[in-house]
Design a protein around this ligand. Structure first.
Ligand code: SF4
Length: 353
C-alpha cells in the first residue's frame, strides 16, 4: 500500500473510532498520541470550531495501534514540507502553498467517496438482499455521521450523560442529545422500569402497568407526570391549578424525576429567602407549603428506592440514565429530519482495554 493510501485509510479509521470533527482529525499533531501515568492511551487534538487547543481524548488501545502504525510509516515518507512536518497527516502535495499544511478536506473527501462507490459496486454487496436500497449512500455515509455514530455508541453503552457531553466536547448535554437516537423500544423499556417507582403525593405507588397506559394516562410536566384528564388531553397545556403539582392530587413522580424535584426545592428555598421582608406573610406560607410538599415527595421516593434490591436499583439507575438523555423535544426530531446512524457494532464499556 502506498504512503498516501495508508494515510487516507488511517484518517478513515480515526474518523470512525474517535468521533471528532473531520477538521480535528486532519489537523492532528504528529505527536498526538500520549499515555497517562498508568499506561492508558489518549490523544491531544485541537478544536478549531470552539477555538480550544490541546484537548485530550481517551482512546482504545486498538486505535492507539492504528496511530502508531501510521507514525512508523510516516517516518519513511520523504519530501514532506518542513512546515507540514508537525502534522500527523501532512499534505501529500510537494509544491505550492498547500504543501505547507496538513491534508485538506478535499484531498480526503474525493478518495473517501471513490472508495464508498467501489464498495457499493462490489458483487457481494449488490447481491445482498438484506441491504436497504439506500445502503452506502452519500446522506448515510457523510463524514459527520461518524461523529453521530460515536455519540450513539456511547449512549448504547449506557454512558452517563455528563461523560457523553465531555467526550463530545459539547458545552451542554442538550447539544449531545441531538446526536443520539433513543429507539422507541429502549425508551419503552426504560419508562416501564422506572414506572414501578411512580408514587402520588401521599407516597402511594401508582405506576401504570405498561407503556401504552403511560402514554394514554399521563403527560410529562417539568417535575414529574400529570394524570389530570383534561390536561393529559391538552398535552400539558391546560393545567387548572397553575402547575402547582406538589399540592395536586393528579401529580405523580418516580425516581427519574428526583433531580428535577431537588433542583425545584433549591429554587423555591432561594425564592423564600429573597421574599424576606418585602413579601406578605401569605407569600411566605405559600412558598413554605410548596417546599414541604416537594420534600415529602422526595422522602417518599427515597423510601421506595431503599426498598429496591441491588439488581433492581441498578436496572432503575440505567433506565434513569437513558431517560435523562431524551430531550423534551425528542418526539419532534424525526420530523425535523434525523441523521442516519452508521452500521457499527456497539462495544460494551467492559470490553475496552
Ligand atoms: S398541578 Fe395538577 S393538573 Fe396541573 S400539571 Fe400538575 S399535576 Fe397536572
Amino acid at each position: 500500500m502506498s504512503g498516501t493510501s495508508r494515510c487516507l485509510q488511517t484518517i478513515y479509521q480515526l474518523l470512525r473510532d474517535l468521533g471528532r470533527r473531520p477538521t480535528e482529525i486532519y489537523s492532528l499533531p504528529r505527536d498526538t498520541l500520549r499515555e497517562t501515568d498508568d499506561g492508558q492511551p489518549y490523544i491531544i487534538y485541537n478544536s478549531h470550531k470552539t477555538d480550544e487547543y490541546g484537548l485530550e481524548l481517551p482512546i482504545h488501545r486498538s486505535t492507539a495501534r492504528v496511530i502508531q502504525t501510521w507514525q512508523n510509516a510516516l517516518q519513511s515518507i520523504e519530501d514532506v514540507h518542513p512546515d507540514a512536518a508537525g502534522y500527523l497527516f501532512p499534505s501529500p502535495r510537494r509544491y505550492g502553498p498547500q504543501s505547507r499544511t496538513h491534508i485538506t478536506p478535499t484531498g480526503f473527501h474525493t478518495n473517501y467517496w471513490r472508495w464508498i462507490d467501489r464498495i457499493r459496486k462490489l458483487p457481494d454487496v449488490r447481491a445482498d438482499p438484506t441491504k436497504p436500497a439506500d445502503f452506502l449512500t452519500r446522506s448515510r455515509m457523510g463524514l459527520y455521521n461518524w461523529r453521530h455514530t460515536y455519540a450513539q455508541r456511547l449512549s448504547d453503552n449506557s454512558t452517563p450523560p455528563d461523560v457523553i457531553q465531555e467526550l463530545m466536547n459539547h458545552k451542554s448535554f442538550t447539544t449531545s442529545t441531538g446526536y443520539i437516537k433513543i429507539t422507541r423500544e429502549r425508551q419503552r423499556q426504560a419508562i416501564e422500569t422506572v414506572n414501578s417507582t411512580t408514587i402520588d403525593r401521599r407516597g402511594l405507588l401508582h405506576g401504570p402497568k405498561d407503556y401504552a397506559a403511560y402514554v394514554r394516562e399521563s403527560v410529562a410536566t417539568p417535575l414529574g407526570l400529570c394524570t389530570e384528564p383534561s390536561n393529559v388531553k391538552a398535552a400539558g397545556q391546560s393545567c387548572p391549578v397553575r402547575n402547582k403539582c406538589g399540592g395536586c392530587q393528579y401529580y405523580r413522580a418516580n425516581l427519574a424525576h428526583l433531580p428535577q424535584i431537588d433542583a425545584h426545592i433549591v429554587a423555591l428555598t432561594a425564592d423564600l429567602a429573597a421574599a424576606g421582608d418585602i413579601a406578605e406573610p401569605w407569600i411566605h406560607q405559600s412558598l413554605k407549603a410548596e417546599i414541604s410538599s416537594y420534600k415529602r415527595m422526595r422522602t417518599a421516593l427515597l423510601k421506595e428506592k431503599s426498598k429496591l434490591t441491588p439488581e433492581d436499583k441498578a436496572a432503575i439507575d440505567d433506565a434513569v440514565t437513558l431517560l435523562q438523555q431524551i430531550p423534551p423535544a425528542a418526539p419532534h426530531l424525526e420530523a425535523a429530519g434525523e441523521r442516519r446512524m452508521l452500521p457499527l457494532t456497539p462495544v460494551r464499556t467492559a470490553d475496552r482495554t
